[in-house]
Design a protein around this ligand. Sequence first.
Ligand code: ATP
Length: 356
Amino acid sequence: MGQKKRIAIIPGDGIGKEVIPQAVNVIAASRAEVETAQFDWGADRYLADGVTVPPDGFAMLERDFDAILLGAFGDPRVRTNIHAKEILLGMRFQMDLYANVRPVRLLDATICPLKGIAPKDIDFVVIRENTEGVYTDAGGVFKQGTPDEIAVQEDINTRKGVERIIRYAFEYCGRHTKGDGSRRSRVLMCDKSNAMTHAGGLWQRVFKEVAGENPQIKAEHMYVDALCMQMVRDPRQFDVIVTNNMFGDIITDLAAGLQGGLGMAASGNIHPGKTSMFEPVHGSAPPIAGKNIANPLGAILTAAMMLAHLGLTTEADKIEAAVLEAVRQKKTTQDVGGSLGTREAGDWVAKRIGQG
Ligand code: ATP
């Protein structure tokens, strides 16, 4: 028997504190050989003692854990959102988790807002650059509060950063299959290089270069505005999409809509070979927090994605199969057509795995 994988659990704020315990129960039900440790990083801790990330926090995660399962950050009591920025963006930037991988899979036709779409029609992956772009918050404000105020928000794109995310997308094709077992074989780069010529030009040049080294994979391109329209008109055409930090953020909310809403979407923040972090795509959702109505399936699918990343594929497959059945049988929260609460929906999936 191999050594148990160690997982750091950070539920965070709002609905993160409701959905992550469900994901943890489901991991236990899958009998995955893991050890977990819980951390209280988030708004409550920050309001109590002013700490966002404890000293040595990120180094400790890298040293002592194989993966991190994280909920969400954001609390109306912390207006500046400083804790969210320091924990979430801090983790992505300082642990250099450069590939934000967001699978987009429709589990059942009834939860898709589009007409005439079957589950096999929506099965693609968005790979978002996670450490650069406008999220570096470079720039500044000049003459603030005057009629002459100037705000500059820099879009940082490095050759190294662009090249590694594009290479990751091509390599992802070689390592992953679609739900129907077929190979992933196309990478589409999404940018706005017709308007943002400097950064877009770099992405274009690097994409052509890396595509040239991978002739077995079809290379495609779309401007981000066209991509948004095409995602709604014909999502069948997509396989692997690679894009920058901000476009990735935006198009994955649209993509989440296609798969039944934010409550269904999973993601990984990955640096190959290093401790990586997994989180549902949704945020802390203050309006629905504490009501036992948040959909736990996005967090549960995130746990499955994490286990697969750690090599625990049998357990990951069991979890995915149980989630699929929950959606088909409407043993879910209301946002995807069921009538269960967060805890009851999580319990159903855990029980189903136990029966499998
Ligand atoms: P962030 O900027 O942190 O991503 P946000 O404010 O953009 O957060 P969310 O917190 O993700 O958005 O949620 C927006 C809305 O989507 C919620 O108020 C809720 O209506 C819905 N939503 C998000 N997650 C879930 C979920 N797990 N279950 C049900 N509804 C959800």
